[in-house]
Design a protein around this ligand. Structure first.
Ligand SMILES: *[C@@H]1O[C@H](CO)[C@@H](O)[C@H](O)[C@H]1NC(C)=O
Ligand SMILES: *[C@@H]1O[C@H](CO)[C@@H](O)[C@H](O)[C@H]1NC(C)=O
Ligand SMILES: *[C@@H]1O[C@H](CO)[C@@H](O)[C@H](O)[C@H]1NC(C)=O
Length: 288
């Protein structure tokens, strides 16, 4: 009795410590600051990263690794107060003229007015697949988790565990899907007051600078790409089975959450913008 209780406790504490390890992403280890001349900072022994923007410059960072498929989580706390004109971009992207890209962009606003969460998916250099949302919380008051699930069948954008968007692999009807080009994680904070807030009507108020966005708890369950090979190894069902995210799809609850977000918080969907596509909506739009 006593010993089984001890072993259960041991099991629980092992589980907790392995969870802690999984979430203890270290920014020194996983990312490089790429621009901003000291405006991007890694703090708190690598547990926190901040980007700053002032009138002279924004700042940005990128992952050391390239990934080909993964489930990637990051917690962000966005520029508080009057953030009108600022954009915080957090995205995956490959290189070259036929690049793939999976985007989150956070468009700031006046104090008390809602941020817009802008999303897009590029495959082979072509985007034009914007969907925009308001959030059901204030993204500047605390950290929230923004995740990208990317596997060969689908891309799912998830906020605090709630899916907001799915982009399915519809190569079967001729829609290119990102699946051959490894991508890096990028993030930056910059001034976009020519378009970001109310379409550019509200300008950045530099008396509030520097503007700061913060990042923590990066976690990637992902296939790392290096020297032309994937860390996920050979294409076998055994190695795939140990990575449930490689074939993850929606259960009924997630499907319902997705519908709830799309019904109540979606403010723009390219798939309903018939004015923009007079020749007809993109083919994937009839498949959801
Ligand atoms: C900013 O607030 C205005 C007024 O509520 C709203 O129309 C707009 O969508 C908000 N977001 C941005 C990025 O302009
Ligand atoms: C991986 O295996 C599956 C099924 O065994 C096969 O259909 C697919 O073409 C393989 N992919 C690669 C990249 O070898
Ligand atoms: C394993 O995953 C890869 C993607 O990394 C996929 O192309 C392949 O079909 C999967 N293989 C099997 C046997 O399921």
């Amino acid at each position: 009795m006593a010993s089984s209780r001890v072993s259960i406790l041991l099991l629980i504490s092992l589980t907790i410590s392995s969870l802690t390890v999984a979430f203890a992403g270290n920014f020194y280890q996983d990312f490089d600051i790429t621009w901003g001349d000291g405006r991007a900072k890694i703090l708190d022994s690598g547990k926190l990263l901040t980007l700053n923007l002032d009138k002279a410059s924004g700042s940005g960072f990128q992952s050391k690794n390239e990934y080909l498929f993964g489930k990637i989580d990051m917690q962000l706390k966005l520029v508080p107060g009057n953030s009108a004109g600022t954009v915080t971009a957090y995205y995956l992207s490959s290189k070259g003229s036929t690049w793939d890209e999976i985007d989150y962009e956070f468009l700031g606003n006046l104090s008390g007015d809602p941020y817009i969460l802008h999303t897009n998916v590029f495959s082979q250099g072509k985007g034009n697949r914007e969907q925009q949302f308001y959030l059901w919380f204030d993204p500047t008051a605390d950290f929230h988790t923004y995740s990208i699930l990317w596997n060969p069948q689908r891309i799912i954008f998830t906020v605090d565990g709630t899916p907001i968007r799915e982009f399915k692999n519809l190569e079967s009807i001729g829609v290119p899907f990102p699946k051959n080009q490894p991508m890096r994680i990028y993030s930056s904070l910059w001034n976009a007051d020519d378009w970001a807030t109310r379409g550019g009507l509200v300008k950045t108020d530099w008396s509030h600078a520097p503007f700061t966005a913060s990042y923590r708890n990066f976690n990637a369950n992902a296939c790392v790409w290096s020297n032309g090979a994937s860390s996920c190894g050979k294409n076998s069902s055994a190695s795939n089975n140990s990575k449930p995210w490689l074939s993850e799809e929606f259960d009924t609850t997630s499907q319902e959450r997705l519908k709830w977000v799309q019904k109540n918080y979606m403010i723009y969907n390219y798939c309903t913008d018939t004015k923009r596509f007079p020749q007809g909506l993109p083919p994937e739009c009839s498949m959801s």
